[in-house]
Ligand binder design. Sequence first.
Ligand code: FE2
Length: 285
Amino acid sequence: MNLTEQVVRSFQNIENERHRFLITTFIRKLHEYVNEVKPSEEEWIQAIRFLTDTGKLCDEQRQEYILLSDVLGVSMLVDQILHEKNEIQTPSTVFGPFFIENMPVRPYGGSIVRDGGDKIKPLLVRGRIMDTDGRAIAGARIDVWQTAENGMYSGQDTKQSHDNLRGTFLSREDGSYAFQTHLPVSYPIPDDGTVGQLLGYAKRSVWRPAHIHFKIEAEGFQTLVTHLFLEGDEYLANDAVFGVKERLIVRFSEQKADKNSREEYGLTQDYHLIEYDFVLTGVSP
Ligand SMILES: [Fe+2]
């Protein structure tokens, strides 16, 4: 019996069939890879060191392995496999490493800007949460998060308030949602770790096009994890994590403050506007 089969057999006592399949297939593919590339001792040690250093960078605030998965295209591959595509549902994209749970629930039209927001032109994002038949989904939980002007997320940048540019909103009876923020900026993914070294070595860009993250949950529907990207961003064609999808690119318009914006959203100055409807797919019975 060859070595690979011997190792695979040594895991045959795992009772859960799926877990056994996951582990033994991994071993087969890993052995196949090693057989193909025939690493030198030094290369093998370097691989171990790379994985060790990547692990050391992970803690509550930073997840270098998710970033590694992202830049290797694995996150988008998992996304492609898991989320059945139909023409109507809103496409999903990478979750990314910067989500923080349990952000405050803010009222319809509320702002997620906590730090220094009065200096930047507001952006109103609004639309509806709907099912694939166009019916409103009420009470959907919408988590949003984005970077500050310096291209960093709260949590990553300790100078920002914990809940700066993050918040949770609930869709209304007619499925409508709205919140205020400011235009997102393009930003480099953290390049001071192993992932940055890898991208630098490959002469790859570390930039991501400007985007706002969304996680939308509603009972009876598949959770949607996605972004909205800004039309015209210079990095749309070479996102470091391969996350851009055409239908997630949106145009923003310039709006004058008027009676309606003042009364409905408290917007007393001119603002940017993005209107976008999200379509969720039901969980199959
Ligand atoms: Fe992001």
